[in-house]
Every structure is written in C-alpha cells, then in structure tokens.
Design a protein around this ligand. Structure first.
Ligand code: AMP
Length: 444
C-alpha cells in the first residue's frame, strides 16, 4: 500500500515524500480513508505509531477541498492536546504536512502571553492546535469563535482526563457546533475514555492498531530493585556502567526532578530538567538541547514529557514509577518509536510495589528483575506478577529467646516456616478517576 492508493492529493504526497514517509503505518492505513470519508473515529494507537499523520493528513485534505474560507477569529479544525510540548510538536508536524497547501496553522497554549495569540487569531486559522485551558480563555475573551468548526481532534484523550481536564473538555464540548467530525486518539482506553467517546462521537469507527494496553514490543523492559535512598547512586552507577549517551529520565515530582538534576550536575554530568514549574521557554530550550544531544540526561515529570517525539531515543529510565499505571506505557513509548528498538529500565523500591503490580497487570507481563550487585535492597521489593498479586515471602521464624535459669520463658507467637505464604488480595491499578459530565449527548 502507498499513500497515493489512499487517495491523497499531490501536495500532500509531495510533503510526505520529502519527510521520507514511504508507506503508511497501520494506523494511517486505517485512519486516512475513514477521515476522508467523514467518519468519526475512536483510535487506540500507541505513541510512535504515526498517529499524528493519521489524523492530520486527511484533515488537511478535507480542509483544502471542502468548506468555506476561514472567517476572522475562527478556526475550521481544532486539535486539542494535553500539554504545551505536545501542542508544539503536533503543530510542527501539521505545518510540515501542510507545507504545499494554502492553509494556515497555529498553536496556542498557556504559560506564555495571550496577547500575541489573540492578534494572530484575528485573521482566523484553518487548523488550530490548543491545550484546553488556553482555548477556553481565548474563547471567553472573544478572540476565538467556534461556529465554523468542521473537525475536532482529541489527541491523547486519556492523558487529558488524567491531567484533570474533564471539566475543561465538558466546557469546550458546549462551545462546539453540533454538526462536526470528531476524532479521538488515545494510547490507552479506560472506561472513562469510553464514556467520553460515547458523549462526543457519533457512530465512530473503532481502530485498534495494537493490543489494548500493551506496551510496544520493540522496547526491552526490566526492573532494578533498590532501596529508595540509594536510587541516585544506582542511577549514576548504571549510567557509567552502561555508558549511557542519551537518556530520558522520569521522576515523580518537580522536587524529585530538581534534586536529581542537581546531583548529576554536581558530578559534572550534562543534565537538565523539565517540569510544570519551569517557564515554557526554558522547557522548550532544555528539550531542544536534549534532542540535539547538547544535553545528555533529561529528567522530566510526566506532565512535561507527554508525547515528546525524540528521534532514535535509545533509553528511558523510570527513576520513580508513575502513580497512574497507564503512564508507564506512555513513558516507555518515548523509545522504540517507528520500528526502532529501545530499552526501559525502572528503579523500583519497596514503597512502589503496588505501582509495579498495577503496571504488570495493565501490560499483562511480569517485568524481569535484575538486581545490581552492591545495590541489593535492604527493604525487599515483594514479588509481583501480571495477575496483580503481591506475594509476600513467609516471615522467618522468630527464635525464642534463650530462657536461662529462673527467667520467664518466651511465650510469644511462633510463626512456623512451613506456613503458607500470605497472599494479599488482588491489587487494583493505582489510578485517578476523572469525572466527565457533559450532560445529555447531542446528536449530529
Ligand atoms: P507519531 O506517532 O505521530 O508521534 O509519529 C512517530 C514518528 O514516526 C514521527 O517521528 C513521525 O515523523 C514518524 N512517522 C509517522 N508516519 C510515518 C511513516 N509513514 N513512515 C515513516 N515515519 C513515519
């Protein structure tokens, strides 16, 4: 199959050829004809599958061939993304695909001044990429009208809910024309996403290019058990041992990012960090420097790192496991993209056993453990497996204190080593439950 056989117009074929896209990826092969036919779409596609072109390319074709010219302060298509970085990245891809078309594109997000965005929107744009909060601000300030909107794309919809955007999405939903095409993309499909899809989509075509909730099989994954306090030391040890050249590291909190970056920089290691507290320009600069290999180690929180496309990234390290199990799939999806192989290493301490169990259950695999010599944890990480059970080893029998002479004998409870290993009840994945309430569904 070629892009030409999918019925794409010449300016798009030319752009794709320049980018070196020879054959459509599976998600593109399914999504492009469906979008061109005007269908709503519910697509489960992992990161790195080419989903951006899957929705953007046919969308550009529809906007070129159909519909009126864009009006002032209007947009004909809206792509909603969970983070500023992803909005920038999606916009950069859309602009590349649109390079030979007479269409305008633009990205708006928070953390930067709203005035230039308001100015830019005056003439209207064909495709607007936006994060939910800033979109609502622009709408409320009358800088943007949505009555001309033909198509809405929800990119990484699961992440938008995880980040707490359910209320913003409900507000945006009320701002949209009822007659429109809606495309929903998500790497994972929870019940909340299915609920959202039920409200927003009209008779959608379902596309699933990889088994549900399974991480890319091009990524080799394993876990290194370690005590919490020794994680920084272990990280540096593994880095030196493995001669790591370019690593994206995930830490749970902003403070965690800063602490690790300080520690690495203190050792003369070329590291930088990105998280939600840093200004947008600083985050973008760190990311650009990481992409161009001027920075060797980039430490990030999930919010900052969502959806980043870094070519040939060989390694992702989970310095901390994510609280939301689905994030594990997104994190390791930063490597092993577009058919390349990659590695994902997770440093796991005893406190994180429930998160590990949730990840194994979600990805339906028991992650291999490789204990590093000299870093064996004092606080053992209990055994886990893909069934979601955390297996605690039987406690060692307590020896009765030697009762000498006339002293009292020890009558404390004795645990026989032959007792069955206590097994905790099945542990559910750790996740936030977003609330999405849009009222009754409106038909097209
Ligand atoms: P995405 O999943 O949209 O983030 O895309 C992941 C990567 O695959 C990006 O670097 C794209 O430029 C690249 N890509 C997308 N579609 C194709 C294709 N058909 N052939 C080769 N590379 C592609």
């Amino acid at each position: 199959m070629t892009f030409a056989t999918l019925g794409l117009i010449e300016p798009l074929l030319r752009a794709l050829e320049t980018l070196g896209y020879q054959t459509p990826t599976p998600v593109q092969a399914q999504a492009i004809p469906a979008v061109l036919a005007g269908r709503d779409l519910m697509a489960a596609a992992q990161t790195g599958t080419g989903k951006t072109a899957g929705f953007a390319v046919p969308l550009l074709q529809l906007l070129t061939l159909e519909g009126p010219k864009v009006a002032a302060n209007s947009a004909r298509a809206l792509i909603l993304c969970p983070t500023r970085e992803l909005a920038e990245q999606v916009h950069a891809s859309v602009a590349e695909y649109a390079q030979h078309l007479p269409l305008t594109t633009y990205a708006v997000y928070g953390g930067v001044s709203i005035n230039p965005q308001m100015m830019k929107l005056r003439k209207g744009v064909d495709i607007l990429v936006a994060t939910p909060g800033r979109l609502i601000d622009l709408f409320r300030q009358n800088a943007l009208k949505l009555n001309q909107l033909q198509t809405l794309v929800l990119d990484e919809a699961d992440r938008m809910l995880d980040l707490g955007f359910s209320e913003e999405l409900a507000n945006i939903y009320r701002m949209l024309p009822k007659k429109r095409q809606t495309l929903l993309f998500s790497a994972t499909f929870s019940d909340d996403i299915r609920l959202l899809a039920g409200q927003m989509l009209n008779d959608p075509l379902s596309i699933e290019v990889s088994p549900r909730n399974v991480a890319a099989n091009t990524v080799k994954q394993w876990v290194v058990p370690v005590d919490k306090k020794r994680k920084p030391e272990l990280f540096v040890h593994l880095m030196r041992k493995g001669r790591w050249k370019q690593v994206l590291v995930f830490a749970k909190t902003r403070n965690g990012v800063d602490a690790l970056v300080d520690k690495l920089q203190g050792l003369g290691i070329n590291a930088d960090g990105i998280h939600g507290d840093k200004p947008q320009a600083t985050r973008q600069r760190a990311l650009d420097r990481f992409k161009s290999s001027d920075v060797q180690i980039l430490v990030a929180t999930d919010v900052a790192a969502r959806g980043l496309d870094i070519e040939d990234l060989p390694l992702v390290v989970n310095f901390d496991l994510p609280i939301v199990a689905e994030d594990y799939i997104h994190r390791i999806g930063r490597t092993g993209r577009a058919g390349n192989t990659g590695e994902a290493i997770s440093l796991v301490c005893a406190d994180e056993v429930n998160m590990l169990s949730a990840i194994e259950m979600l990805t339906r695999q028991t992650l291999t453990r490789k204990t590093e010599p000299d870093f064996e944890p004092e606080h053992r990480v209990p055994d886990t497996d893909a069934s979601g059970q955390v297996v605690k080893k039987p406690k060692k029998p307590k020896k009765p204190k030697a009762s000498g002479g006339g002293g009292k004998s020890n009558l404390g409870k004795w645990v026989d080593s032959g007792d069955a290993a206590p097994v905790e009840p099945s542990i559910k994945p750790v996740r936030k439950v977003p609330v999405f309430n849009t009222g009754p569904r409106k038909k097209k």
